[in-house]
Ligand binder design. Structure first.
Ligand SMILES: Cc1ncc(C[n+]2csc(CCOP(=O)(O)OP(=O)(O)O)c2C)c(N)n1
Ligand SMILES: [Mg+2]
Length: 318
């Protein structure tokens, strides 16, 4: 298990490091919100999901898309704006989607995929499916009105959904304590009748263990659950650089998170030959994905208004 968790973490880290390296060349045509430092959240939860389970996420979605099984080639091509991208080059990094593996959508508009996820969970309940939905969002999204509405409805209908708040403590440059009158997000959630718990330290193994137990309960029909995972973004809010010189946060604050890097932690739990093989394979996969994106064509101009509106609901996964 350590080897598979390490591979999942390392894939995301290497992909995003390469993204940061390439970004200044302007071959990537969309903004990028890196998740370096936060990989454990998507990996720890997704490792406990079944293929037919679905996830919804945010513009900081590289980690989630990859952890749930999205194609790396299609993701990099999407960032390059190429027709081989997962949204045929129209969505960019902030709108990754791979319904074939249960990545139902990520969005730039804060909080908007939370009610989408609840709606999907309602459909699952209606169809008596034993799949479940996981809704990932940031601490900032918990300030959106639709967050409270979604919790209420999910609790009322006892829907098969796990809410995962990736609490990196910042919404762009503003700390949670300067935005929220009560920063205890779990307390606000339990007030809606949903059991909630906090993982305080980005611990991928603890998260895996808790997510396994919690998803089992959801699948058994016990209704929605909530996990708040404390984590930390190492890079700037958007873009390929570090931003500790800006003054809204300090390198000292980041240091404990960097020292407890879950990628390094898992690397140390895997035998050296296995680790080296994983690193070789992943590095080749990452370089291959960038070569694929580079070699792919841009969409034809005739595609401009294709796939932007669909009359029938896509329910093939339900
Ligand atoms: C509805 C809406 N309001 C404001 C914004 C501007 N905005 C973009 S990212 C962001 C911060 C969100 O922070 P959080 O949810 O904690 O996610 P993180 O970036 O930390 O992953 C804001 C306010 C937006 N995109 N959508
Ligand atoms: Mg945040």
């Amino acid at each position: 298990m350590y080897a598979s968790l390490y591979r999942a973490l390392y894939r995301i880290r290497r992909l995003e490091e390469e993204t940061a390296r390439i970004y200044p060349t302007d071959r990537i045509k969309s903004p990028v919100h890196l998740s370096i430092g936060q990989e454990a959240v998507a990996v720890g939860v997704c490792a406990t999901l079944q293929p037919q389970d679905v996830v919804f996420g945010t513009y900081r979605g590289h980690a989630l898309y990859l952890a749930k099984g999205g194609s790396m080639k299609a993701m990099v091509a999407e960032m390059f704006g190429k027709v081989t991208g997962c949204a045929r080059g129209k969505g960019g990094s902030m709108h990754l989607i791979a319904p074939e593996v249960g990545v139902m959508g990520t969005s730039a508009v804060v909080g908007t995929t939370i009610p989408n996820a609840v709606g999907y969970a309602y459909a699952l309940r209606y169809r008596e499916s034993d799949s479940l939905v996981v809704s990932f969002f940031g601490d900032g999204a918990t300030e959106e009105g639709v967050f409270a509405e979604s919790l209420n409805f999910a609790a009322l209908k006892q829907l098969p959904i796990l809410f995962v708040c990736e609490n990196n403590q910042y919404a762009i440059h503003t700390h949670q304590a300067r935005r929220q009158a009560t920063t205890d997000i779990c307390a606000r959630v339990t007030a809606h009748g949903i059991p909630a718990e906090r993982i305080t330290n980005n611990d991928v193994l603890r998260l895996f263990e808790r997510s396994q137990a919690i998803t089992r309960e959801i699948r058994a029909g016990h209704g929605p659950r909530f996990l708040e995972v404390m984590t930390y973004r190492w890079f700037e809010h958007v873009g390929p650089n570090k931003d500790f010189q800006l003054g809204y946060r300090s390198l000292e604050e980041a240091q404990p998170w960097i020292e407890s890097d879950q990628v390094v932690r898992l690397a140390n739990l895997v035998d050296r030959p296995v680790r080296e093989q994983i690193e070789r394979e992943v590095t080749e996969e990452v370089l291959d994905a960038f070569r694929f994106a580079e070699a792919s064509p841009f969409p034809n101009a005739t595609e401009l208004d294709a796939d932007v509106f669909k009359e029938e609901a896509a329910c093939s996964l339900i």
